[in-house]
Ligand binder design. Sequence first.
Ligand code: NI
Length: 254
Amino acid sequence: MIDSHAHLTMKQYRKDLHAVIKRAREDGVTAMINVGFDVASSKAGVHLAGVHEDIYAAVGVHPHDARNLTADLLEDLEDLADDPKVVAIGEIGLDFYRNLSPRRSQERAFRWQIDLGRRKGLPIVVHDREAHRRTLEILKDEKVSSGVLHCFSGDVNLARQATDMGLYISFAGPITYNGKNTREILKRVPLDRVLVETDCPYLTPVPFRGKRNEPAYVRLVLAKIAGILSRPVDEIAYLTETNTRTLFNIPPGD
Ligand code: NI
């Protein structure tokens, strides 16, 4: 199994990152994708991926920080994207829930980084919170065909349109909460389009909700998905791992 979206460079892991990584390996996590949210965290992620064979990096500026994305910083991202362990541009997108950056700068940063992914031949990791319609419009307008809608919170229609475009849908801890909606969506998404993630340190799955999240807990997301679909956990783990390797072009593990 692979945790397709983790933030291991955050201060929550400053004291015990190695123990966290070790626990993930012991629990059967074969790879982790560390996702950047600004230039500093992207740089730190590339460094971490350089140290650990089973950690890969996505580099990008989150919509919260979009207002700070200058042409100079975009060049820094561009250089980082050339590192061999970088497998995606992300996380990028729109957040109309918190609106920490003005919408116009969010959209500009989103399009700039979609273009960066296209130029580098890398998929994108999309953050969409309460911005479903606009996110889809931009993805279509930019003719995006390679990427994932991470921690999916949209409806069946968005899931269908995204998968029709060739995108993947990723599920995280919230599927273990009382997310009836998310379960219905999961049942309708083709299994060859599903990824799993923790988005740690946030969104900790049940029964650890409220505590710090970590990549080892991706097994709880997988178990929940397997339960909803009435399929063996091993099968869902194998399928989602294969999907993740396909999307991010990660060679098969052991
Ligand atoms: Ni995230």
